[in-house]
Each structure stands twice: as C-alpha cells, then as structure tokens.
Design a protein around this ligand. Sequence first.
Ligand SMILES: *Cc1c(COP(=O)(O)O)cnc(C)c1O
Length: 414
Amino acid sequence: MPCGHLYCNPVPLTGLRAFALVLTLPMDLSYILNHLGEERETYHGAVAPPLVQSSIFAFPTVAAMRDGFRDEYASHLYTRGNNPTVAILRRKIAALEGAEDCLAFASGAAAIAAGVSAFVRHGDHVVCVARPYSWTRSLLRDLLAKFGVTSSFVDGTDVAHFAAALQPSTRMIVLESPNSMTYEQQDLALVAALARARGILTLCDNSHATPLNQSPLAFGIDLVAHSATKYLNGHSDVVAGMLCGSEALLREVFKGPYMTFGAILSPHDAWLMIRGLRTLGVRVERIAATTRKMLAFLEAHPRVRRVHAPHASANPQLDLSAAQLRGSSGLVSIELDVEDVAAVERFCDGLQRFLMTVSWGGYESLAMPVCAVFPADAPMRAGGGLPLGLVRLSIGLEDADVLIADLERAFARI
Ligand SMILES: *Cc1c(COP(=O)(O)O)cnc(C)c1O
C-alpha cells in the first residue's frame, strides 16, 4: 500500500507487508518467533538467548564512546536506551507488525502515553475513539489536558464521526480496534486515509487482535501500540508494552518520552516475553478455535441477553471483522439476562475454572464482571453506559467442554 505520507517509510520486510494485505498468516511466523534477532553464533550456540542483566556497556576507546553518545538510539550505552535482550524482543514484535522498528515499555499504558505525548504539544487537539482502555482515556482527558492538549471522544463505528470531530489543531487520532469491553471496530483504512490527507498522525491499540489477526500499519496507520501483558506474553507473569512504527517516528519517541520518562522494559521481563512469544501462534490458533465453540454455546443460552464479540453472529460490524481481522481472539463479553446485580454476583461467584480478575490474554480463562467496579447498589447501567450485567470473558487454553460446564454450573445459580 504505497503512500506519500511524511512519516511513511517503505517497510523492508516485503514478505510481511504482503501477508498483511492478503489477510493470511505470515509464511515465516515460526522464523520470527524461533529465530529472528537471535544471533546464536555470538553466544556459543545457546538455543535460549542470554539474559543480559547489565545496566551499562563499556567502550574500548574514547572515539567509540563518542560514537555511542552521538546516536544513542542505535548504540549500546545504557539499558534505559538499549539492551541486547530487549533488542531481540523488539525485532520480533516489529517483524510481526510489519514495522521498521519497535520500542519496548514497562507497560501498555506507558507505550500509549509515550506514543501520544511525543507528538502533541500545548494547543493541540486529539480525537480518540469512544470508550478506549480506561488509562488511555485518563491520559487524554486528565493528564494531557493539564498540559493544554484537548481531546474529543467519538463513536468510531462511522468514519464520518472522526471527520466531524477534526479541528484545525487536531494532531493525532487514537484508535483501539476492537475497543475495550464491547469490541466496536473502526475502519482503519478509512480513518488512516482521512488522517493522512490532513497530516494527522494515527495510533492504533492492537492489543485485542494481536499482530497475527490484524495489521494496522498495512491499512495506513502510523503507530501501533500493544499491551504485551495480554496475548503477546500470554502467561500472566509480565506487564509490558510495545510501540511499533517507522524508525523516524520511533526516534522522536525515543528522544522524548522513552528516555525522559524511562518507563522501559527490564531485560528480565524481555527475556520472559521472548519465551512467551514462542507459543504465540499456537495459543492464538487454539484460543480462536475454542472461542468459536464458546460463541455458539453463549449465543444459544437463555440466560444470555447479548453476546459482544467481533465474530458474534449479531454483530452489525461482521463485514468489517471479515475485512480487517484474520481471526478471532478469546475476548467475549456477555450481557446476562438478569434484573439485579445480586444475580450477576451469584453467576460470577459460582465460576470455578474461570478466574475472576482484571486483564486478559493469558493461558487461563478469566471473567471480569463490570459490576465489580461499581458499588453494589449502583443502577444497572452505571459506568459509561456499560450495563452492570456485562461480564467480560477471556477464553484461555482449557478445553471448551470444561469451560462450558463451568459456565453452565454458574448459570444454574442465577
Ligand atoms: C490492558 C490494556 C492496556 C494497558 O496495558 P498495560 O500493560 O496493563 O499497561 C492498553 N490497552 C488495552 C486495550 C488493554 O486491554
């Protein structure tokens, strides 16, 4: 997809770029996950990469040190800037997204905050999709507002809403597709075209789909952010974030919020993430297959009023799901057919295999009841229009039969 955008550099990974457009998995996925970035000949052929637990890197000469300072983005000087273990991870995530480069952060929230704050200044305006991840909303509505950056939140299901929200000072559009809790999608190609025509940068949170199921850069988006805490790591033992894009954009992020806020991923967490990534392909595939069975079960269940998922049969955006997503993730929100919060509590308290907590994307199935966020006597539609009978399920690697039996047991308690 050629483009004349200021920041759009040709992506060298031509094979990856092509896969994104034909909506199939990359031919060399196993190469990326098993080999890319791992220079085994430099560390005795070790199959698992070394964990370079060093804060600093020494230089043989003053001239070499001067070179290191001259381009810290490209040199090993200090682990707040670069670290060899983190570098392996960065190369893999960049390749998965078909990006020139990637920066690794201490959390997804840090990646998003850096990706936005690097490019806005006092007086600028940001358009964001309605109901993004809660800390993305806080970043724009609370934190950046303190520094004179204003924001509008729009229903992203129609590109006309983005066009209507643009102001002369609009500098960025922040997307999350599918978005949190109810999984509305934005047409990435249309929003990217709208933005590029006006020199506006776009950032898309791609945590939900993973790079295997959606490639925002191929649709013309400038920056892709991940909460790598979710599927990319996949084991509920690391909090991490990724920001992918052109080297030109990432250099701006690097010399701005990346180095000044210093919310970097530690080498140890990067090492764990490299291990988690080994199974990304099989996890995503298995979770998609189980989720198909869970969707069929949930859509037919009399205790479920509505099922929210990009591939739910009642989703009005099924065409967009087919055009943008290569497959399903394991996120499904169900609206229970209940009259009060007590019934939601009976259902959730009865779950034994689904663990009840925040987050998602791990090997284990989780349930997150919206009503847990609000006081027990709150009205049934409390938070941002979300019904209190809404329960987000994250489908893990268990057998579908086990999960269905667990849900049946819990439904029976309603
Ligand atoms: C969890 C999440 C984040 C934040 O990521 P952390 O790693 O928890 O900081 C951002 N976006 C989405 C969609 C998320 O679900």
